[in-house]
Design a protein around this ligand. Sequence first.
Ligand code: ADP
Ligand code: MG
Length: 379
Amino acid sequence: MGTERSVSAFAAQLGGRPTTVVRSPGRVNLIGDHTDYNDGFVLPLAIDLVVKLAFRRRDDDMVRLWSEQTNDWAEFSLDSLAREGGWGAYIQGVASEMVPLGLARSGWEGVLVSDIPSGAGLSSSAALELSAARAFALVSEVEWDAVEMALLCQRAENNWVGVNCGIMDQLICATGEDDRALLIDCRDLTRRAVPIPHEATVVVLDTGTERRLVDSGYNERRHSCESAAHVFEVGALRDLSIETLESGKDRLDPVTYRRARHVVTENERTLLMTECLDQGDLVAAGELMRQSHISLRDDFEVSSDALNSMAESALPAPGCYGARMTGGGFGGSCVALVDTNWVDEFRTDVLERYQAASGLRGTAIPIRATNGTSFEGLG
Ligand code: ADP
Ligand code: MG
């Protein structure tokens, strides 16, 4: 998405020109879901679906932001932050973390345009948070530390918005790299760039279904993981081997056992996937994605009919190495790894199959890995 759209939206809503445009990407996770809050491994990439936040500084402490997607304003004073519903909560949440640290010292006004579908599991929320954080950092003339800012935005989403998310979304949005996925160790936040072989294209498959039951289902899963770690006396499920889990299986109720089995095997698959991509073994990489979907569907139980339909429609489509649900689940998107020569045929075929199976219309978007949150000055 070009900068022009944000600049002309700015002129229409606020008059005049912005001084700066911040760009913040969404993300898709190749493999490693529900592992981040278990101190485990994830393999996401920042994608070329982005939000653009065009803004200029204000001399007072007011923040005024218009969103093209929702066609309304979020408006507040840094002096008197207040919890309210709606998307303004993401911006105020970021402000609530930055103000006490002296990182948000001035107001600003701007517009937000986005081609990340919201609620589709592509992390529009982290993109929104990081773009606001960057705007605050720029008007306050403070240095940008991508990892610190990702942590700050995660705290905003946990503490202000009330979504108990792990660190994956904010960290990949802040630190993504062109043409690479990042293997992130969610315990120490170290990252290793994993190039995506040119012969393969990552395709996002939006089921067109909203995520439901997200908060209750999510918190319940987190609780199961914590109680399994407690029973095995490990800091987090990251520290549990499959052998220990299997031999101590009787110590857990059947549901908690399956939840733990997903996390333990998913960590393993994520590390293996990294090796497969390093070696260019796309067939083996695809098989790991297929297994990941089954584990999320049957053991962790966070898939949905639409996600299952989409993943099953993708597997037999031309050029498909593998496909799985991606992100938190309960609706949203799948991700597929597709032979670059077959992307067009793949897209047509998977969407036809999906519609025939589910009665729903999906979207297939080939994507490129991009760099994390950045900005351009307009002089
Ligand atoms: P995801 O992060 O997977 O897209 P979330 O439920 O975490 O889903 O975040 C979606 C929410 O983020 C929306 O309900 C909305 O409040 C906010 N949001 C995302 N994009 C925009 C946008 N362009 N304008 C306003 N709010 C947005
Ligand atoms: Mg989100």
